[in-house]
Design a protein around this ligand. Structure first.
Ligand code: ATP
Ligand code: MG
Length: 389
């Protein structure tokens, strides 16, 4: 006799809803596993700390233990105001206010990014709103990343990139402005003189022989005026002294001309390098000096200007100092980054382009000094590297 068998169980009826829920669950679990692995890797590679808060700014989670000045065990701080956790690193009151403001701002939907000193090093902090799946703000999420050398380098690269972008836009604008000025000058100055000359020549055709010499004198006088204007225009664009006589001659001509027009007392102490600096160095130095002088004329209200040019084996130094009203250099830089002016950034970029430096020292009421250092080719360098005039 065969033992009695259990009757076969009927197969569970297909349930598409349950299968899909299982699928979703498996996918979510897998996603969570991947994200956790990624975060653990980030935590090992980067010394960073991330945290979340609820809408009352109480700490709800902390991830990462990479910042030595913060408690390695955040557990006792969960449920406490978020600042209690950071206060353990001896955060000064002003920084606490900054952090509090950033968290409050996040609750309104805004994102803040700032840098702060923490335990002797600089850290980048970012605070953003934390939202639920419906998009409602339920608290804040923040991250703090110490600015180690490579990361600081990245930040500097980014800010230098931003500066370059600003400068490029400003340069294009400046080019158009310059073209417009030259066109206006050609039209108003030269065009006018040539029209006068045409009329004088027409008079000449119908003039009595006895009047001819006087008419010819008039035409010659007009031609002289046109020539003088063309020469000034050309010199403003690129002084021939710069090519023919050297940097010191060009600087002397330029500063004497502008200071005498503006009744400024000028002190010149110019010793050019020997042998002559390469053309790129001379042009850069001259253009920076031009901008420094233009700024003095436009903004300084100075009565005296001091210009020095000196060199040692390694480089050439130019200083342009005035005794005018001075200005807040940091504020002017910040303004320049908003696309409002080109001069200060342009001077610095010009110098940097050939491996030099340009710094501006000033304070309200204290005049201003533009200091430029540009590298010279080493002694004994091949002639083509020494000069390309
Ligand atoms: N020697 C100076 N004395 C007083 N203020 C100065 C001097 N040089 C610069 N500044 C201030 O710094 C600001 C920025 O200078 P910058 O050369 O960048 O711009 P700008 O001269 O106003 O315009 P531009 O782009 O045509 O040069 C000036 O507007 C001026 O307020
Ligand atoms: Mg300027």
């Amino acid at each position: 006799m065969c033992p009695p068998h259990d009757p076969p169980r009927p197969a569970a009826p297909p349930n598409p809803d349950r299968d899909e829920a299982n699928d979703r669950h498996a996918r979510a679990a897998r996603e969570l596993q991947i994200r956790t692995a990624q975060l653990e890797l980030i935590d090992r590679q980067l010394a960073l700390v991330c945290w979340t808060t609820d809408s009352e700014l109480r700490l709800t989670s902390v991830f990462g233990t990479g910042i030595p000045d913060l408690p390695s065990d955040p557990q006792p701080y969960l449920g406490q105001p978020v600042h209690a956790y950071f206060a353990t690193a001896g955060v000064p009151e002003a920084l606490r206010e900054q952090s509090e403001a950033a968290h409050r701002l996040a609750l309104t939907g805004a994102r803040s990014a700032y840098q702060r000193a923490l335990g002797g090093q600089l850290a980048a902090v970012q605070v953003e709103p934390l939202r639920d799946s419906a998009g409602q703000i339920t608290g804040c999420v923040g991250a703090m990343l110490p600015l180690t050398a490579p990361i600081r380098l990245l930040h500097e690269l980014q800010s230098s990139h931003d500066r370059l972008q600003t400068l490029t836009a400003q340069l294009l604008n400046a080019q158009e402005t310059e073209r417009r000025a030259i066109a206006r000058e050609l039209h108003d100055q030269i065009g006018q003189e040539l029209t006068i000359m045409t009329m004088q020549l027409q008079d000449l055709v119908s003039a009595e022989p006895a009047q001819l010499p006087a008419h010819v004198e008039e035409v010659i006088a007009t031609i002289d005026q046109v020539l003088a204007k063309v020469r000034t225009l050309a010199l403003d664009l690129r002084p021939s002294q710069l090519d023919d006589l050297g940097l010191d001659a060009a600087l002397r001509w330029y500063f004497e001309r502008h200071c005498s027009h503006a009744r400024l007392h000028l002190h010149l102490d110019l010793t050019p390098p020997h042998p002559r600096a390469p053309a790129a160095v001379e042009t850069t130095c001259f253009r920076i000096a031009q901008e420094a002088m233009t700024n003095i004329l436009r903004s300084a209200q100075a009565s005296q200007v001091w210009v020095t040019l000196a060199s040692d084996g390694a480089g050439l130094t130019l200083t342009v100092r005035d005794d005018g009203r001075g200005f807040d250099v940091a504020a002017a830089h910040a303004q320049a980054m908003q696309n409002t002016s080109l001069g200060l950034l342009g001077m610095e970029e010009r110098a940097a382009q050939i491996g030099g430096r340009c710094s501006i020292e000033s304070a309200p009421g204290q005049g201003a000094t533009v200091r430029v250092w540009l590298p010279l080719p080493p002694a004994g360098a091949p002639p083509e590297a020494m000069s390309d005039h």
